[in-house]
Design a binder for this molecule. Sequence first.
Ligand SMILES: *Cc1c(COP(=O)(O)O)cnc(C)c1O
Length: 354
Amino acid sequence: MSKYWSQIIQALKPYVPGEQPKDNCFIKLNTNENPYPPSPKVIDAISKETDASLRRYPDPNCEALKQAIAEYYSVKKGNVFVGNGSDEVLALSFISFFKQRQPILFPDISYSFYEVYCRIFEIQNIRVPLTAALNISLADYAQPNGGIIFPNPNAPTGKLLLLDSIEKLLKQNDRSVVIVDEAYIDFGGDTAIALIDKYPNLLVAQTFSKSRSLAGLRVGAALGSEELIEGLERAKNSFNSYPLDRLAIAGAVEAIRDEAYFQSTCKKVMETRERTVAALSKMGFSIVPSRANFVFIRPKGIQARELYTRLKDEKILVRYFDKPRIDEYLRVTIGTDADMQTFIEKTAQIVAAA
Ligand SMILES: *Cc1c(COP(=O)(O)O)cnc(C)c1O
Protein backbone atom coordinates (compact mmCIF):
# COMPACT_ATOMS: atom_id res chain seq x y z
CA MET A 1 0.00 0.00 0.00
CA SER A 2 1.09 3.52 -0.66
CA LYS A 3 -0.43 6.87 0.13
CA TYR A 4 0.20 7.86 -3.47
CA TRP A 5 -2.11 5.20 -4.89
CA SER A 6 -5.64 6.10 -5.98
CA GLN A 7 -8.51 4.38 -4.18
CA ILE A 8 -9.16 2.13 -7.16
CA ILE A 9 -5.58 0.93 -7.25
CA GLN A 10 -5.57 0.34 -3.48
CA ALA A 11 -8.67 -1.86 -3.76
CA LEU A 12 -7.43 -3.91 -6.74
CA LYS A 13 -6.53 -7.56 -6.63
CA PRO A 14 -4.50 -7.88 -9.84
CA TYR A 15 -4.75 -11.01 -11.97
CA VAL A 16 -1.93 -13.46 -11.31
CA PRO A 17 -0.92 -15.42 -14.43
CA GLY A 18 0.57 -18.92 -14.20
CA GLU A 19 4.26 -19.07 -13.33
CA GLN A 20 6.84 -18.53 -16.08
CA PRO A 21 9.97 -20.11 -14.59
CA LYS A 22 13.30 -18.55 -15.58
CA ASP A 23 15.03 -21.86 -16.23
CA ASN A 24 13.95 -24.10 -19.08
CA CYS A 25 14.06 -27.38 -17.21
CA PHE A 26 10.31 -27.50 -16.50
CA ILE A 27 7.65 -29.27 -18.49
CA LYS A 28 5.20 -26.37 -18.60
CA LEU A 29 1.59 -27.49 -18.47
CA ASN A 30 0.30 -24.49 -16.53
CA THR A 31 -0.55 -21.60 -18.89
CA ASN A 32 -2.25 -23.26 -21.88
CA GLU A 33 0.51 -22.34 -24.29
CA ASN A 34 0.78 -24.40 -27.45
CA PRO A 35 3.55 -27.05 -27.25
CA TYR A 36 4.33 -26.56 -30.95
CA PRO A 37 6.23 -23.57 -32.34
CA PRO A 38 4.53 -21.00 -34.56
CA SER A 39 4.46 -21.71 -38.30
CA PRO A 40 7.91 -21.22 -39.90
CA LYS A 41 6.19 -18.78 -42.27
CA VAL A 42 5.31 -16.61 -39.28
CA ILE A 43 8.95 -16.50 -38.18
CA ASP A 44 9.97 -15.62 -41.75
CA ALA A 45 7.44 -12.81 -41.96
CA ILE A 46 8.62 -11.36 -38.64
CA SER A 47 12.28 -11.57 -39.74
CA LYS A 48 11.50 -9.79 -43.00
CA GLU A 49 9.73 -7.04 -41.10
CA THR A 50 12.74 -6.62 -38.80
CA ASP A 51 14.41 -3.83 -40.75
CA ALA A 52 14.83 -0.06 -40.91
CA SER A 53 11.05 0.41 -41.12
CA LEU A 54 10.95 -0.20 -37.36
CA ARG A 55 11.77 3.50 -36.91
CA ARG A 56 8.28 4.24 -38.22
CA TYR A 57 5.04 3.78 -36.30
CA PRO A 58 2.98 0.76 -37.36
CA ASP A 59 -0.40 1.09 -39.11
CA PRO A 60 -2.69 2.35 -36.31
CA ASN A 61 -5.65 0.59 -37.94
CA CYS A 62 -3.89 -2.75 -38.59
CA GLU A 63 -5.65 -2.93 -41.96
CA ALA A 64 -3.61 -5.88 -43.24
CA LEU A 65 -4.43 -8.03 -40.23
CA LYS A 66 -8.11 -7.05 -40.15
CA GLN A 67 -8.32 -7.88 -43.86
CA ALA A 68 -6.72 -11.31 -43.35
CA ILE A 69 -9.07 -12.13 -40.44
CA ALA A 70 -12.13 -10.84 -42.34
CA GLU A 71 -11.30 -13.02 -45.36
CA TYR A 72 -10.66 -16.03 -43.16
CA TYR A 73 -14.08 -15.81 -41.48
CA SER A 74 -15.95 -14.42 -44.53
CA VAL A 75 -16.97 -11.21 -42.76
CA LYS A 76 -16.32 -7.53 -43.52
CA LYS A 77 -13.25 -5.68 -42.33
CA GLY A 78 -15.64 -3.48 -40.36
CA ASN A 79 -16.63 -6.54 -38.32
CA VAL A 80 -13.07 -7.03 -37.03
CA PHE A 81 -11.20 -5.40 -34.14
CA VAL A 82 -7.64 -6.32 -33.13
CA GLY A 83 -5.64 -5.65 -29.99
CA ASN A 84 -2.57 -6.44 -27.93
CA GLY A 85 -3.67 -9.92 -26.87
CA SER A 86 -7.30 -10.74 -26.24
CA ASP A 87 -6.79 -9.54 -22.67
CA GLU A 88 -6.55 -6.01 -24.04
CA VAL A 89 -9.48 -6.60 -26.40
CA LEU A 90 -11.53 -7.80 -23.40
CA ALA A 91 -10.49 -4.85 -21.24
CA LEU A 92 -11.58 -2.41 -23.97
CA SER A 93 -14.84 -4.37 -24.38
CA PHE A 94 -15.58 -4.04 -20.66
CA ILE A 95 -15.23 -0.23 -20.84
CA SER A 96 -17.10 0.00 -24.14
CA PHE A 97 -20.13 -2.16 -23.34
CA PHE A 98 -20.28 -3.25 -19.70
CA LYS A 99 -20.23 0.01 -17.75
CA GLN A 100 -24.02 0.08 -17.42
CA ARG A 101 -26.66 0.62 -14.75
CA GLN A 102 -27.30 -3.12 -14.36
CA PRO A 103 -24.66 -5.62 -13.21
CA ILE A 104 -22.98 -7.86 -15.76
CA LEU A 105 -23.23 -11.65 -15.49
CA PHE A 106 -20.52 -14.28 -15.79
CA PRO A 107 -20.05 -17.82 -14.43
CA ASP A 108 -18.65 -18.19 -10.90
CA ILE A 109 -16.09 -20.57 -12.35
CA SER A 110 -14.52 -18.88 -15.38
CA TYR A 111 -11.61 -16.71 -16.47
CA SER A 112 -10.59 -14.83 -13.34
CA PHE A 113 -9.53 -11.74 -15.30
CA TYR A 114 -13.22 -10.77 -15.63
CA GLU A 115 -13.42 -9.90 -11.93
CA VAL A 116 -10.24 -7.85 -12.19
CA TYR A 117 -11.64 -5.77 -15.08
CA CYS A 118 -14.84 -5.23 -13.09
CA ARG A 119 -12.84 -3.82 -10.21
CA ILE A 120 -10.59 -1.54 -12.22
CA PHE A 121 -13.51 -0.17 -14.26
CA GLU A 122 -15.95 -0.21 -11.29
CA ILE A 123 -18.47 -2.49 -12.98
CA GLN A 124 -21.11 -4.23 -10.84
CA ASN A 125 -21.28 -7.95 -11.48
CA ILE A 126 -23.08 -11.12 -10.50
CA ARG A 127 -21.14 -14.36 -10.62
CA VAL A 128 -23.71 -16.92 -11.71
CA PRO A 129 -22.97 -20.39 -10.28
CA LEU A 130 -22.33 -23.18 -12.77
CA THR A 131 -24.47 -26.25 -12.10
CA ALA A 132 -23.03 -29.08 -9.99
CA ALA A 133 -21.92 -30.72 -13.28
CA LEU A 134 -20.09 -27.44 -14.12
CA ASN A 135 -22.54 -26.44 -16.87
CA ILE A 136 -23.83 -22.99 -17.76
CA SER A 137 -27.60 -22.99 -17.11
CA LEU A 138 -29.30 -20.61 -19.57
CA ALA A 139 -32.24 -20.01 -17.23
CA ASP A 140 -29.88 -18.43 -14.69
CA TYR A 141 -28.98 -15.75 -17.24
CA ALA A 142 -32.60 -14.74 -17.83
CA GLN A 143 -32.36 -11.73 -15.51
CA PRO A 144 -31.87 -8.02 -16.09
CA ASN A 145 -28.18 -7.38 -16.82
CA GLY A 146 -25.72 -4.89 -18.24
CA GLY A 147 -23.98 -7.59 -20.27
CA ILE A 148 -22.92 -11.24 -20.25
CA ILE A 149 -19.49 -12.79 -20.76
CA PHE A 150 -18.21 -16.36 -20.62
CA PRO A 151 -15.37 -18.32 -22.18
CA ASN A 152 -16.42 -20.99 -24.69
CA PRO A 153 -15.12 -23.59 -24.12
CA ASN A 154 -15.17 -22.45 -20.51
CA ALA A 155 -11.90 -22.02 -18.63
CA PRO A 156 -10.73 -23.70 -16.49
CA THR A 157 -13.32 -26.45 -17.03
CA GLY A 158 -12.89 -26.99 -20.79
CA LYS A 159 -16.66 -27.50 -21.22
CA LEU A 160 -18.22 -26.39 -24.51
CA LEU A 161 -21.58 -24.65 -24.85
CA LEU A 162 -23.17 -25.55 -28.20
CA LEU A 163 -24.14 -22.89 -30.72
CA ASP A 164 -27.88 -23.43 -30.38
CA SER A 165 -27.61 -22.65 -26.66
CA ILE A 166 -25.62 -19.52 -27.44
CA GLU A 167 -28.31 -18.50 -29.90
CA LYS A 168 -31.00 -19.01 -27.24
CA LEU A 169 -29.00 -16.85 -24.87
CA LEU A 170 -28.70 -14.11 -27.51
CA LYS A 171 -32.44 -14.26 -28.16
CA GLN A 172 -33.37 -14.00 -24.49
CA ASN A 173 -30.92 -11.13 -24.03
CA ASP A 174 -31.24 -8.65 -26.89
CA ARG A 175 -30.80 -5.56 -24.70
CA SER A 176 -27.18 -5.96 -23.70
CA VAL A 177 -23.93 -7.19 -25.19
CA VAL A 178 -23.02 -10.87 -24.96
CA ILE A 179 -19.29 -11.58 -25.25
CA VAL A 180 -18.23 -15.12 -26.11
CA ASP A 181 -14.54 -15.46 -25.23
CA GLU A 182 -13.33 -18.09 -27.70
CA ALA A 183 -9.71 -18.41 -26.55
CA TYR A 184 -9.96 -22.21 -26.96
CA ILE A 185 -12.57 -22.64 -29.70
CA ASP A 186 -10.13 -24.06 -32.28
CA PHE A 187 -9.59 -27.23 -30.22
CA GLY A 188 -12.93 -28.81 -31.05
CA GLY A 189 -15.75 -26.25 -30.92
CA ASP A 190 -17.70 -24.25 -33.50
CA THR A 191 -17.16 -20.51 -33.47
CA ALA A 192 -20.13 -18.20 -32.87
CA ILE A 193 -18.82 -15.84 -35.57
CA ALA A 194 -21.50 -17.30 -37.89
CA LEU A 195 -24.08 -15.55 -35.67
CA ILE A 196 -22.72 -11.99 -35.75
CA ASP A 197 -24.82 -10.96 -38.78
CA LYS A 198 -28.01 -12.02 -37.03
CA TYR A 199 -27.26 -10.67 -33.54
CA PRO A 200 -25.88 -7.11 -33.36
CA ASN A 201 -25.25 -7.58 -29.61
CA LEU A 202 -22.85 -10.52 -30.05
CA LEU A 203 -19.10 -9.98 -29.70
CA VAL A 204 -16.74 -12.92 -30.23
CA ALA A 205 -13.24 -12.58 -28.75
CA GLN A 206 -10.36 -14.66 -30.04
CA THR A 207 -6.62 -14.91 -29.44
CA PHE A 208 -3.51 -15.96 -31.34
CA SER A 209 -1.93 -17.11 -28.06
CA LYS A 210 -3.27 -20.64 -27.89
CA SER A 211 -4.23 -22.33 -31.17
CA ARG A 212 -1.77 -20.25 -33.23
CA SER A 213 1.21 -20.70 -30.88
CA LEU A 214 1.82 -16.95 -30.52
CA ALA A 215 1.38 -16.16 -26.81
CA GLY A 216 4.66 -14.22 -26.98
CA LEU A 217 3.54 -11.97 -29.84
CA ARG A 218 0.42 -10.60 -28.06
CA VAL A 219 -2.34 -10.57 -30.66
CA GLY A 220 -6.07 -10.83 -30.04
CA ALA A 221 -9.20 -10.02 -32.03
CA ALA A 222 -12.92 -9.42 -31.64
CA LEU A 223 -15.60 -9.96 -34.25
CA GLY A 224 -19.06 -8.46 -34.15
CA SER A 225 -21.49 -6.01 -35.72
CA GLU A 226 -19.99 -2.80 -37.13
CA GLU A 227 -21.81 -1.00 -34.33
CA LEU A 228 -19.90 -2.92 -31.65
CA ILE A 229 -16.58 -2.72 -33.51
CA GLU A 230 -16.93 1.05 -33.84
CA GLY A 231 -17.47 1.25 -30.07
CA LEU A 232 -14.26 -0.69 -29.49
CA GLU A 233 -12.33 1.55 -31.92
CA ARG A 234 -13.49 4.60 -29.97
CA ALA A 235 -12.18 3.08 -26.73
CA LYS A 236 -8.91 1.94 -28.32
CA ASN A 237 -8.26 5.33 -29.92
CA SER A 238 -8.74 6.97 -26.54
CA PHE A 239 -6.16 4.70 -24.95
CA ASN A 240 -3.38 3.57 -27.32
CA SER A 241 -3.08 4.34 -31.04
CA TYR A 242 -0.62 1.51 -31.73
CA PRO A 243 -1.40 -1.57 -29.65
CA LEU A 244 0.04 -3.90 -32.30
CA ASP A 245 3.61 -3.36 -33.44
CA ARG A 246 4.93 -3.99 -36.95
CA LEU A 247 6.30 -7.44 -36.08
CA ALA A 248 3.04 -8.54 -34.47
CA ILE A 249 0.97 -7.45 -37.47
CA ALA A 250 3.29 -9.21 -39.95
CA GLY A 251 3.45 -12.42 -37.89
CA ALA A 252 -0.28 -12.58 -37.19
CA VAL A 253 -1.20 -12.11 -40.88
CA GLU A 254 0.98 -15.08 -41.78
CA ALA A 255 -0.44 -17.17 -38.92
CA ILE A 256 -3.93 -16.69 -40.39
CA ARG A 257 -2.71 -17.55 -43.89
CA ASP A 258 -0.92 -20.78 -43.01
CA GLU A 259 -4.08 -22.83 -42.61
CA ALA A 260 -2.42 -26.22 -43.18
CA TYR A 261 0.04 -25.68 -40.34
CA PHE A 262 -2.70 -24.42 -38.03
CA GLN A 263 -4.93 -27.41 -38.75
CA SER A 264 -2.15 -29.91 -38.21
CA THR A 265 -1.04 -28.50 -34.82
CA CYS A 266 -4.63 -28.24 -33.54
CA LYS A 267 -5.23 -31.83 -34.60
CA LYS A 268 -2.10 -33.05 -32.81
CA VAL A 269 -3.13 -31.27 -29.60
CA MET A 270 -6.64 -32.76 -29.75
CA GLU A 271 -5.31 -36.27 -30.34
CA THR A 272 -2.87 -35.95 -27.44
CA ARG A 273 -5.73 -34.66 -25.28
CA GLU A 274 -7.78 -37.78 -25.96
CA ARG A 275 -4.81 -40.07 -25.17
CA THR A 276 -4.19 -38.14 -21.94
CA VAL A 277 -7.85 -38.43 -20.92
CA ALA A 278 -7.77 -42.18 -21.54
CA ALA A 279 -4.64 -42.67 -19.42
CA LEU A 280 -5.94 -40.54 -16.54
CA SER A 281 -9.33 -42.28 -16.59
CA LYS A 282 -7.54 -45.60 -16.22
CA MET A 283 -5.95 -44.22 -13.04
CA GLY A 284 -9.44 -43.46 -11.68
CA PHE A 285 -9.16 -39.66 -12.04
CA SER A 286 -12.34 -37.81 -12.97
CA ILE A 287 -11.96 -35.63 -16.03
CA VAL A 288 -14.31 -32.91 -17.16
CA PRO A 289 -15.08 -33.45 -20.89
CA SER A 290 -12.77 -30.96 -22.62
CA ARG A 291 -12.89 -29.21 -25.99
CA ALA A 292 -9.88 -27.07 -25.09
CA ASN A 293 -6.10 -27.53 -25.05
CA PHE A 294 -6.22 -28.44 -21.35
CA VAL A 295 -8.02 -30.89 -19.12
CA PHE A 296 -9.61 -30.15 -15.75
CA ILE A 297 -9.05 -33.19 -13.60
CA ARG A 298 -9.89 -34.44 -10.11
CA PRO A 299 -7.11 -36.71 -8.92
CA LYS A 300 -7.80 -39.96 -7.09
CA GLY A 301 -5.75 -41.13 -4.13
CA ILE A 302 -4.16 -37.72 -3.52
CA GLN A 303 -5.28 -34.14 -2.89
CA ALA A 304 -5.04 -31.81 -5.89
CA ARG A 305 -2.82 -29.35 -4.04
CA GLU A 306 -0.46 -32.13 -2.95
CA LEU A 307 -0.19 -33.50 -6.48
CA TYR A 308 0.53 -29.99 -7.79
CA THR A 309 3.39 -29.59 -5.29
CA ARG A 310 4.85 -33.05 -5.92
CA LEU A 311 4.73 -32.55 -9.70
CA LYS A 312 6.54 -29.25 -9.28
CA ASP A 313 9.29 -31.06 -7.36
CA GLU A 314 9.53 -33.30 -10.44
CA LYS A 315 9.84 -30.20 -12.67
CA ILE A 316 6.34 -30.44 -14.07
CA LEU A 317 4.18 -27.35 -13.70
CA VAL A 318 0.37 -27.59 -13.75
CA ARG A 319 -2.22 -25.07 -12.53
CA TYR A 320 -3.85 -25.30 -9.11
CA PHE A 321 -6.57 -22.82 -8.12
CA ASP A 322 -6.97 -22.35 -4.39
CA LYS A 323 -10.60 -21.27 -4.77
CA PRO A 324 -13.98 -22.48 -3.54
CA ARG A 325 -15.59 -25.26 -5.64
CA ILE A 326 -12.44 -25.98 -7.67
CA ASP A 327 -9.75 -26.59 -5.05
CA GLU A 328 -9.99 -30.35 -5.63
CA TYR A 329 -9.07 -29.97 -9.32
CA LEU A 330 -5.95 -29.36 -11.39
CA ARG A 331 -5.88 -27.75 -14.81
CA VAL A 332 -3.35 -29.47 -17.04
CA THR A 333 -2.36 -28.00 -20.39
CA ILE A 334 -1.95 -30.50 -23.24
CA GLY A 335 1.74 -30.64 -24.21
CA THR A 336 3.47 -32.88 -26.72
CA ASP A 337 2.92 -36.63 -26.51
CA ALA A 338 6.31 -36.93 -24.80
CA ASP A 339 5.41 -34.23 -22.23
CA MET A 340 2.14 -35.96 -21.42
CA GLN A 341 3.81 -39.35 -21.19
CA THR A 342 6.19 -37.96 -18.57
CA PHE A 343 3.33 -36.21 -16.77
CA ILE A 344 1.31 -39.43 -16.60
CA GLU A 345 4.25 -41.57 -15.46
CA LYS A 346 5.27 -39.12 -12.72
CA THR A 347 1.64 -38.72 -11.61
CA ALA A 348 1.23 -42.50 -11.34
CA GLN A 349 4.43 -42.73 -9.26
CA ILE A 350 3.37 -39.89 -6.96
CA VAL A 351 -0.10 -41.37 -6.41
CA ALA A 352 1.38 -44.83 -5.73
CA ALA A 353 3.68 -43.34 -3.07
CA ALA A 354 0.95 -41.20 -1.46
C1 LIG B 1 -5.56 -17.11 -22.50
C2 LIG B 1 -6.92 -16.49 -22.38
C3 LIG B 1 -7.15 -15.17 -22.78
C4 LIG B 1 -6.05 -14.20 -23.10
O1 LIG B 1 -5.33 -14.41 -24.17
P1 LIG B 1 -4.23 -13.37 -24.64
O2 LIG B 1 -4.61 -13.14 -26.05
O3 LIG B 1 -2.94 -14.08 -24.47
O4 LIG B 1 -4.33 -12.11 -23.83
C5 LIG B 1 -8.45 -14.69 -22.75
N1 LIG B 1 -9.46 -15.44 -22.30
C6 LIG B 1 -9.27 -16.68 -21.85
C7 LIG B 1 -10.42 -17.47 -21.35
C8 LIG B 1 -7.99 -17.24 -21.88
O5 LIG B 1 -7.79 -18.46 -21.38
